[in-house]
Design a binder for this molecule. Structure first.
Ligand code: HEC
Ligand code: HEC
Ligand code: HEC
Ligand code: HEC
Ligand code: HEC
Ligand code: HEC
Length: 502
């Protein structure tokens, strides 16, 4: 049996289009089946399946009418008399009927399959797999940190895109540029933060965490190992007054007071990373009272205040690293000792491990090798018999330091904790003390509090016989583990504790 088609379809361009479309269509079908059977395919496969192949299919299909139009023009301009201006479709003719059937059923089939395909492509382009691993070097630091975070099961897009078609389109437009930048190797290292035009937290974070529904406090234990021979454990246990709540109720208090719907805080940062804040304005929405606090040590030029862009404080001004925390060497090694992956009995292991982890290395491979050399050479040179006695623990500790390095420092992208300050707390980064250092004052002498008990109370602290605990609601007064002449009252912790202390 031979299938007849109108004369116009018999031309080279339409043939190429038709053969191409059949070929691409079958490939898409096979790839799609493969993709559904294999759970874990390469993300590039997804790009091929959902972006490149459909483009090729549409291109081939378009070739068919293009060929026909050209053929029609040629035919009209030939010497044959043309009785009509437009082609005649006559369903009584077998060829025309066949072409019509192919067109109608083909279009219905194409629309059905492609709406399914578009839906799949939408999911794919929002998947963690696509965001986190497609451009592996570029996103590897954020992806690695993300997997360690409490949000490891929250898709990237929940925070970076949110719901709704508008932001989806916006993110894909800027995403298209990012894909180009990654391929052309034209992206900054490290990727700059804060992200300009990041969607407001109300539309992302607050989809899962509502401000009205948080109150109370959070108890946290900080385990610090000192840089002495014994790697002394110094514990601090505190109640962090997270608070929050609805302004109409009595619960409106504590740290989450800042995001309370009843007040609005705006500020002007002096730098890109928003680490230096000389000007803060608080508006109480219930009473309309406005208070402006200024940094008295280093006030802002009054002429600049008018024109400066003011940022409205939201979740991200404190929780700027909810998902990508690059830990300091000090913290990462403490965690490894707590987890017993590093043996605390090895003399001075805290100091040596922090030194090995925080040194600058040109790339990851060199880093892992040099970390191992640094630690084993240190112990071999210092005390060979100790080295031999503790050899297995030392080797195990080396692996742990290498792991801590791999999860937090990425030399290829120039990523380490110093590049991405964390605004929660005030131990290594200025964080809360950008406004709460005690030097922000209003015209009538009000100060933004620097009281150590405003944000938390210490329930227990110390080491060995020095360990104290209390049940009093006022908590304990902070005691610094090392005698530094009460310097912590005047100076910020972060001025000395830079992540590699001492
Ligand atoms: C819980 C919310 C959340 C999730 C989930 C999340 N991110 Fe982020 N991400 C953020 C925030 C907040 C920032 C910093 C924004 C700022 O300071 O402007 C950020 C910043 C980034 C940056 C800029 C560089 C940096 O470290 O600041 C990249 C790149 C990034 N994220 C990629 C990803 C990828 C890839 C995923 C998924 C594997 C992901 N994010 C998942 C919240 C999230
Ligand atoms: C899709 C839902 C979702 C979104 C969006 C989301 N989170 Fe979360 N968040 C979670 C879940 C789930 C947890 C883990 C709760 C747990 O471990 O008990 C969590 C935990 C947290 C915690 C507690 C972390 C800890 O150490 O216990 C903070 C803080 C937090 N999120 C802040 C944010 C911020 C800021 C954003 C916006 C940038 C955000 N979240 C967006 C679901 C979400
Ligand atoms: C003024 C700074 C600040 C702001 C603004 C802020 N938080 Fe927090 N939040 C904290 C601190 C401090 C903690 C205590 C946990 C810690 O120290 O890691 C905390 C804890 C949390 C927790 C975990 C504990 C709990 O109480 O459930 C969640 C979830 C959370 N915040 C979500 C949010 C969301 C969502 C927003 C924005 C609507 C927000 N926070 C705004 C400082 C802030
Ligand atoms: C952009 C400036 C800014 C930053 C950053 C900031 N705060 Fe505040 N904070 C304020 C202002 C302004 C007030 C209210 C002063 C007033 O009462 O008028 C305030 C008040 C508070 C209060 C209530 C104090 C009281 O007297 O009841 C707490 C608790 C608090 N902040 C915790 C934090 C914590 C924790 C952080 C860091 C995670 C932080 N703040 C970061 C500006 C800031
Ligand atoms: C504006 C609120 C605020 C004020 C004022 C404040 N802190 Fe904190 N502090 C925090 C927050 C929030 C954390 C928790 C950080 C975290 O979750 O990592 C913290 C953590 C700490 C820790 C534990 C740090 C660690 O990593 O071990 C100590 C100790 C501490 N604060 C002492 C003080 C002392 C001493 C003062 C007074 C000079 C003070 N704080 C004033 C908010 C504050
Ligand atoms: C003038 C510099 C300086 C300031 C300011 C400072 N510290 Fe320290 N801190 C030190 C030194 C030095 C050590 C001793 C390091 C060692 O040998 O373990 C130390 C040790 C510690 C330790 C023991 C664990 C460790 O990392 O060694 C803790 C915990 C600590 N400091 C907390 C704080 C807190 C919280 C603040 C702010 C309220 C603060 N420090 C302010 C210099 C400082």
């Amino acid at each position: 049996m031979q299938l007849k088609f109108p004369r116009l379809t018999h031309n080279r361009i339409s043939y190429i289009g038709a053969i191409g479309a059949i070929f691409v269509g079958i490939s898409i079908l096979l790839m799609f089946i493969t993709n559904s059977i294999l759970e874990d395919t390469n993300p590039y496969f997804g790009i091929l399946l959902y972006v490149i192949m459909p483009t090729a299919l549409i291109f081939s299909l378009i070739l068919i009418p293009i060929g026909m139009i050209r053929e029609w023009h040629r035919w009209r301009h030939s010497d044959k008399p043309v009785p009509v201006k437009w082609p005649i479709i006559d369903l009584n003719r077998g060829g025309h009927r066949n072409a019509m059937m192919v067109f109608v059923f083909g279009t219905i089939g194409f629309v059905l399959v492609s709406s399914f395909g578009v839906y799949q492509a939408y999911h794919f382009s929002e998947s963690v797999e696509f965001c986190g691993t497609t451009c592996h070097t570029v996103m590897n630091p954020q992806y690695t940190a993300y997997q360690e975070s409490p949000h490891a099961k929250v898709p990237c897009a929940s925070c970076h895109v949110g719901y709704g078609a508008g932001w989806y389109a916006k993110s894909k437009l800027s995403g298209a540029y990012q894909v180009y930048a990654a391929i052309a190797n034209r992206f900054p290292r490290p990727i700059p933060t804060p992200i300009k035009n990041l969607r407001p937290a109300q539309e992302t974070c607050e989809q899962c965490h509502w401000p009205e529904k948080t109150y109370g406090a959070q108890q946290r234990q900080f385990n610090h190992y000192m840089y002495d021979k014994e790697n002394t454990l110094w514990k601090i246990n505190m109640l962090i007054k997270t608070g929050g709540g609805d302004p109409q109720s009595e619960h409106a208090s504590g740290i989450h007071w800042h995001m309370n719907i009843g007040v609005e805080i705006e500020y002007i940062p002096r730098d890109e990373k928003r680490q230096d804040i000389p000007w803060v304005r608080v508006t109480d929405k219930l009473t309309n009272r406005v208070t402006i606090y200024q940094d008295t040590d280093n006030p802002m030029d009054p002429a600049k205040i008018e024109t400066a862009k003011k940022r409205k404080m939201d979740c991200l001004d404190c929780h700027n690293r909810p998902s990508h925390v690059f830990r300091t060497a000090d913290y990462a090694i403490d965690k490894m000792i707590s987890a017993r992956k590093i043996d605390r009995r090895i003399p001075e292991i805290k100091r040596i491990a922090v030194e090995a982890m925080s040194a600058e290395y040109p790339d990851k491979k060199t880093a892992l090798m040099d970390i191992a050399n640094y630690i084993s050479t240190h112990y071999r040179n210092q005390n060979d018999s100790l080295y031999r006695a503790m050899r297995t623990s030392i080797d195990k500790s080396i692996v742990a330091v290498q792991e801590a390095y791999s999860k937090n420092i990425f030399p290829e992208m120039k990523v380490r904790w110093t590049e991405y300050p964390n605004n929660i707390g005030h131990f290594t980064n200025v964080g809360c003390m950008r406004c709460h250092a005690g030097n922000h004052e209003s015209e009538d002498g009000l100060k933004i509090t620097h009281d150590c008990n405003a944000c938390h109370t210490i329930l227990a602290e110390g080491t060995g016989e020095d360990y104290e605990a209390t049940t009093s609601p006022d908590g304990l007064e902070f005691r610094h583990p090392e005698d530094i002449d009460e310097a912590w009252r005047e100076m910020g912790c972060y001025e000395c504790h830079d992540g590699t202390q001492p």
